[in-house]
Design a protein. Sequence first.
Length: 269
Amino acid sequence: MNREKPITVAVAGAKGRMGQEVVKMLLQDPSLSFVVAVDSKLHGVDVGEAMDGRTLGVTFVQSVAEAFQKYQPDVLVDFTTPQTVYKHMELALQYKVRPVVGTTGLTPEQLEDLTTRYREAGLGGIIAPNFAIGAILCMKFAAMAAKYMPHVEIIELHHDKKLDAPSGTALKTAELISKARSELKQGHPQEEETIAGARGAEYDGFRIHSVRLPGMVAHQEVLFGATGQTLSIRHDSINRESFMPGVNMAIKAVMNLDTLMYGLENLLD
Ligand code: NAP
């Protein structure tokens, strides 16, 4: 779609680690117009002043509903918390604002429910557990490898402020691997954990391990083993800017969608 007017964007979680990167990205793209930010504690404060002291002329409002009522944005970018994102997506549906959601932790039931309701309303949206293009490639390569090397374990590593485990990316990778490989219960049949959790979380016969440490951003390694050989596929986001080309791509793509898309990989050919 060729648009003469910039796409107007609201940001929920704009004061957070990801939200601040989204604001910087929006300000650099003349085809996008950052119109409002949501933060319950900074109501009425200029976003630029809260971030680096530079007046931007865009203020925080108290809630997503207030942002929608006052500014009628085209798109809501949401990087908040697993507890609030579902409500935000319901509001987006009510106000016909297209959501681009990076917040992880929505349950499969919530995802299914939202997918149905967005389809029925003919409203476009994108939920992506990972906006880094390299992470999407890591998932795709892992799914390709799983067809031929079905013995696999996923290790995801994140900073210690992350609320949900395993990561949305690890879950999505596991889902793609599961679709690609033949059914297989891995490990020794009599395997026993002498400390609970030692073998990680089980997903369809294979394991996911979550590491949380300061100094990490977002990392994932998918390990495959076969007779006499191993294969490691690893992706590292070394800073949060790594997610922004994907968020930018999603904001533009969502204007042409009429269903809720899950995963940035659907936008890559
Ligand atoms: P963060 O630094 O804790 O930021 C979350 C922000 O959301 C905070 O500023 C918080 O404000 C705000 N918030 C909470 N509830 C809100 C509400 N109801 N309305 C508006 N704002 C609200 O977290 P982060 O590291 O940026 O991560 C945010 C989410 O993105 C997490 O779910 C994380 O897993 C996910 N993530 C996704 C990707 C991806 O590529 N998809 C990449 C990295 C992270 P207060 O502190 O005032 O509550």
